[in-house]
Design a protein around this ligand. Structure first.
Ligand code: AGP
Length: 609
């Protein structure tokens, strides 16, 4: 995600834009920039780093103008750098664009524009838009933008200003949000409502496929066919604080609900089901190198380590590759037996976890091939790895990792398919089937989220527990661990995740009527065994909260509470099963009055050993 903010009126635009970008910094903060129009002349200021770096730059080299657009970046194409930061310009430097989204066909557009003589200065997909508008400019900026967008595939929220038309801002959206706010003889544009609430609550939200010409006291709205669109303004009554979270009470809850779109962004532009093609821009692993790999080691911490456990199952199952999972801190201080035929996969949301970074250095020292699965472009671990696959989940603000986890599982699933195809252990038709099953998952997460009120009722029933046990088998076991971690880190209830079969080797001594036992009773070849474990718990007076698959006719008779998830393959059920456990932990923590987004003693990124 990135943040866009703009102002057009009679006042100096810079203070409004900077203030707006600061409120949007949660959406991305690896680089930032501003462009203004002052007496018909364009001025641009941009830099690597947070908004505060941009402010310092502006204090040294100020720019002015009563029209301004700004951008705070969450890099998706092109590493964080000065050149890759927005705004981007055309060849003449008379058109500037800021953009949030992914232009999927930017490579082919870039090739065509270069052949037509356009010179590019960055590695971004966004710069293509500036040159495309330049290519189509014939006197009217709005028409040029509209024609350019007819060539574009992908998602965008964009703002354009130009010396060719110096009294307006052109905005357009498809897939990424853009809001227009109306003040007294001034207008605001923003990626979200909170950033402009201080100035106005009178807004319209651009719909997909709409484009608008924003003047200081007028708006002309069209669709991409050039037909005029009428839209009533709406009045937003949010208080600024709750609005930061898009109306959700906490970032954690917002990010749980963002998971369907987060997974869509993870998948977008990377898979073609029919041709079962999967393409990761920066994986940097040739087919030959993949075939030479004879062992995979996942290394990570916390939730990311749980993702590694699912990876172990999937790589063994799809690619028939020996795989193991190592806690990063343990891995780096052992003498791991790895070599140039070992692939080490570091999994990390932040890309800055010290132990995982240390594990990457150790792996490289032993000549292993290292790739990372990371959510922050240009982060230390991403830079240290030979190749990287970004989860594209957008910034995750809540300390408890949610959308990062499910997007990590999504990337791992696709990687395992790539390896299976390259090693000939899965056929093209199997790969197509697996990809099609994944493409259905975002919508199935949405279905799962509809159960939130039911999950909240269960949370209210068990929020006074002092202990909890989470049990699972097969791919349900890592989700049991993850569910237990979610509960303990946000609600401070002691919780353990355990392989269900291990219960009789010790934990069964814990069972009593005060300790809820959460069981992943997922469909699959271990179902009967897990039902046996539920019987064992019930026979000792225990309480069972089961996560089961829709259509399960037995579970309701066995468990005290049941949360159903939509049917899917055994390999994808972990993604769906994680969601109710995130919500259960969240609502228990809220009921207990815990500080959900910043739990005590925890940091979002553990950059110390
Ligand atoms: C998960 O909810 C925790 N916040 C924590 O375990 C986290 O997963 C761990 O610190 C690893 O962080 P990383 O993914 O940024 O490397």
């Amino acid at each position: 995600m990135c943040g866009i903010f703009g102002y057009i009126g009679d006042k100096e635009s810079i203070p409004f834009v900077i203030e707006g970008l600061k409120k949007l910094e949660y959406r991305g903060y690896d680089s930032a920039g501003i462009a203004t129009l002052n007496k018909g002349n364009l001025f641009v200021s941009k830099c690597l780093g947070k908004i505060v770096s941009l402010e310092e730059l502006l204090s040294q080299k100020p720019i002015n103008g009563t029209i301004g657009i700004g951008h705070t970046r969450w890099a998706t194409h092109g590493r964080p750098s000065h050149l890759n930061s927005h705004p981007h310009q055309d060849c003449q430097g008379k058109i500037v664009v800021v953009h949030n989204g992914i232009i999927e066909n930017y490579l082919e557009l870039r090739r065509e524009l270069a052949e037509a003589g356009h010179k590019f200065t960055s590695a971004t997909d966004t710069e293509v838009l500036a040159h495309l508008i330049e290519e189509h400019l014939d006197g009217n900026l709005l028409i040029a933008v509209r024609k350019a967008l007819h060539k574009v595939r992908g998602s965008y929220a964009l703002a354009v200003i130009s010396e060719h038309d110096p009294e307006k801002i052109i905005v357009a959206r498809h897939g990424s949000p853009l809001i227009i706010g109306f003040g007294e003889k001034e207008c605001f544009i923003s990626s979200d409502i909170p950033a402009m609430l201080k100035y106005t609550g009178k807004i319209i939200k651009l719909e997909n496929g709409e484009i608008a010409e924003v003047g200081k006291n007028e708006l002309k709205l069209f669709n991409l066919l050039g037909e005029k669109v009428e839209r009533e303004t709406e009045l937003v009554s949010w208080d600024p604080e709750s609005a930061e979270k898009g109306g959700y009470s906490h970032f954690m809850l917002k990010e749980i609900h963002e998971q369907p779109n987060a997974l869509r962004k993870t998948i977008e532009g990377r898979v073609e089901a029919e041709s079962n093609l999967i393409h990761f821009d920066e994986l940097n692993l040739s087919d030959e190198e993949i075939r030479k790999i004879n062992r995979v080691v996942f290394t990570a911490c916390g939730t990311s380590w749980h993702a590694g456990l699912i990876g172990e199952y999937l790589f063994e199952q799809f690619a028939k590759l020996p795989a193991e999972v190592e806690y990063a801190a343990e891995f780096r201080y052992r003498h791991p037996i790895i070599d140039e035929n070992t692939l080490v996969i570091a999994i990390t949301q932040s890309g800055e976890t010290a132990d995982t970074l240390g594990a990457v250095w150790e792996a490289k020292a032993q000549n292993a091939k290292v790739i990372s699965i990371c959510n922050v472009m240009g982060s230390s671990i991403a830079r240290e790895s030979h190749g990287v696959v970004y989860t594209n989940a957008g910034p995750e603000i809540g300390v408890a990792s949610t959308k990062a986890f499910t997007t990590q599982l999504t990337v791992i699933y696709l990687l395992a398919i790539i390896f299976g195809k390259r090693r000939g252990t899965i056929s093209n038709s199997e790969a197509t089937k697996l990809i099609n099953e994944l493409i259905e998952i975002p919508q199935k997460i949405e279905q799962t989220l509809y159960q939130e009120e039911e999950i909240k009722r269960i949370a209210n029933k068990f929020h006074r527990a002092t202990n909890a046990l989470y049990l699972g088998r097969g791919k349900g076991f890592p989700i049991a661990l993850e569910g237990a971690l979610k509960l303990k880190e946000v609600s401070y209830i002691h919780a353990e995740g355990y392989p269900a079969a291990e219960m009789k080797h010790g934990p069964i001594a814990l069972i009593d009527q005060n300790m809820p036992v959460v069981v992943l009773a997922l469909a699959g070849r271990r179902y009967d065994k897990i039902m046996g474990n539920i019987e064992e718990v019930k026979a000792r007076g225990g309480i069972v909260i089961a996560v089961a698959c829709e259509g399960d006719q037995i579970i309701a008779e066995k468990a005290d509470e049941v949360i159903f998830i939509p049917k899917t393959s055994e390999s994808l059920s972990p993604i769906l099963a994680a969601v109710p456990l995130q919500l259960l932990a969240y609502h228990i923590a809220v009921k207990r009055g815990c500080h959900v987004d910043q739990p005590r003693n925890l940091a979002k990124s553990v950059t110390v050993e």
